[in-house]
Design a protein around this ligand. Structure first.
Ligand code: ADP
Length: 193
């Protein structure tokens, strides 16, 4: 099985490009953000706890997302692998993922990182807010907090995966989705070769 991670700051286009990668390589796309939003929509206890954290631009506890991911690894059949989107997001999650995969005789295949500058994060999320109506996209203050959280808690993963020789970066600042998608798929082809 392949275990790809699509990585990058909020609004970099992870979810958008994940769809093209998923289809081309027969992967199961797992977005922890989407899984959490589904829990909120269903009104579960987990969703209730997660909502306040997410709406303020903070992360939910590692154990919560790890349980959701492990459950999907057990359940999902008939794919060549997984495309993890928005997970791992902390060093603790990355270490636990290595453990979880190790127990299964598996490992992370590669990290595909979409890079955009902070100024573009604001621009992209403002655009998305008008389309998707997510509470955590609604204010500059919350977006700023998510950028801060990304730099302090998630960015250290670049070093973590670089040391494992698994980190690959794409310049995702192209002006159209198509242009950026072509760059992402070209990188995937190189990794798969
Ligand atoms: P974006 O695409 O803007 O990065 P996501 O949909 O991936 O947003 O995540 C939305 C929110 O869900 C995050 O800001 C965070 O509160 C929560 N979340 C998603 N994934 C994780 C994770 N791996 N660990 C902790 N919190 C998470």
């Amino acid at each position: 099985m392949k275990y790809y991670i699509i990585f990058g700051p909020p609004g970099a286009g992870k979810g958008t490009h994940a769809v093209a990668i998923r289809e081309k390589y027969n992967l199961c796309h797992l977005s922890t953000g989407e899984l959490l939003r589904a829990e909120i929509a269903a009104g579960t206890e987990l969703g209730l706890h997660a909502k306040a954290l997410i709406d303020n631009g903070n992360l939910v506890p590692d154990s919560v997302v790890e349980k959701m991911i492990a459950k999907k690894f057990d359940e999902v059949k008939g794919v060549e692998g997984f495309l993890l989107d928005g997970f791992p997001r902390t060093l603790g999650q990355a270490e636990d993922l290595d453990k979880l995969l190790g127990e299964r005789g598996e490992s992370v295949t590669a990290v595909v990182s979409l890079m955009i500058p902070d100024s573009m994060v604001h621009e992209r999320i403002r655009h998305r807010a008008a389309i998707e109506g997510r509470a955590d996209d609604a204010s500059d203050e919350i977006i700023e907090n998510r950028i801060k959280t990304y730099h302090s808690q998630t960015e250290p993963l670049i070093d973590f995966y670089s040391k494992q020789g698994k980190y690959h970066e794409v310049d995702a600042t192209g002006s159209t989705i198509e242009e950026n998608r072509a760059r992402v798929l070209a990188l995937m082809e190189k990794i798969e070769a």
